[in-house]
Ligand binder design. Sequence first.
Ligand code: BG6
Length: 489
Amino acid sequence: NQHSTALIMIFGATGDLANRKLFPSLYRLYQKGKLSRFAVVGVGRRTLTDEQFKQNVQNSVAEAIDGSKDLEAFASHFCYHSHDVTDSSSYAALKNIADDLDNKYSLGGNRVFYLAMAPEFFGPIAIHLKQDGLTDVSGFKRLIIEKPFGHDLESAKELNEQIRTAFAENEVYRIDHYLGKAMVQNIETIRFSNAIFENLWNNRYISNIQVTSSEVLGVEERGRYYETSGALRDMVQNHILQMVALLAMEPPIRLTPDEIRSEKVKVFRAMRPVEGEDVKNYFVRGQYGKGLVEDQEVPGYREEQMVNPASQTETFVAGKVMIDNFRWAGVPFYIRTGKRLESKSTKIVVQFKDIPMNLYDKKDQALTPNLLVIHIQPEEGITLHLNAKKAGQNMEATPIKLSYANTGIASINTPEAYEKLIDDSIHGDATNFTHWDEVALSWSYVDKISQAWSSTTAENFPNYAAGSMGPKESDELLEKDGFFWWPLS
Ligand code: BG6
């Protein structure tokens, strides 16, 4: 199959992402016979022999996947190039390796360049790939690029211009690994293939939508990066706003990348910009202090490695996103994400409006509203909260749940996400990657918030204890609208 034939060049091949996600994902594709002919060149700064690199690849697969076999055969497709990203002669050597492999495996000149390394090199590498002839191929050429895609709109634009000197927009695959998660992909299916939801999916029947992505882990060894980022740039600009776009978009004419993207773009355009003084009415920032996580005392963010002891970086964000269009006018989309929270959970709760007259509402027991909960991780599934008659001789209503669990999928689904996305990119399916227009619009939304935050000091940091569900202002954000965060369990 010509389409699954490619030379894959991984920049950052000795890094964490390559070892934890990319090699295991490639291995799974290999095992499933989805890579018909392929070779991988690992590119990194370190000096390694091909043999050492092949061994690394085998180790990382063995660590990630129980009972993995045929590791040697798999690793035989890999080789390594010790590279200087700024030196043309190093690219010339890389080109020779690539051309040889292309002949050896009959790869038809198809090339996938995967940038899994520090973002400051993304632009220079793209420029060199073009200049030094690596993108001059007879087959397809594609660039897969990891986040962060810039630091704000301006730097994202600059990066985009550099990349576009070597690759056309439809050759650029910007990874947002949330879009590879099975249940994120399911948002569209649930919405657009069920009459009972699509008819209710608007401001007449939905009172608010809550999107939570909480983590138990702290910042770990990523202090240096995280200090320049914070939760708003790290999670909201990409993963969270992408989920909001999928929840809010109009049905696309067809399920093609262009049609879906153009609907998502309209959502970003309809997001009410929040800026200046007004930011505090819509967004809350938090930073964790020390606390108890799974019965262990853990340090606060300011005590973490590579973190400024007076850091102003937020590790938590809650916000109210308003989408000012016909379908959503008046319906808040509440979002929240943070590190060192109570549980690792990504969930969407769609809260329906109360029925106009409730015959069962008792003073001591109000009916619960209908909820549609989409469980993205760690469990994968859907729960619909309804009310039904209580058993016995009475006329009382009681809440019940209809649940569907996406079984057969391991509890950790991130490698699955990478596997899907790599497969898609080799096949040229850009549906679950972010287009430049989406990136630009989401940055311009987020930039206004970060500008407001950087112009004032967060006097109350740290304002939530590790192991809690964030600062009290996050609860107040919903309370003032008459809502509350639905519990995650
Ligand atoms: C990454 C962020 O994009 O997503 C990390 O940079 C975060 O800070 C991670 O931990 C969360 O991904 P997941 O799949 O574990 O929810």
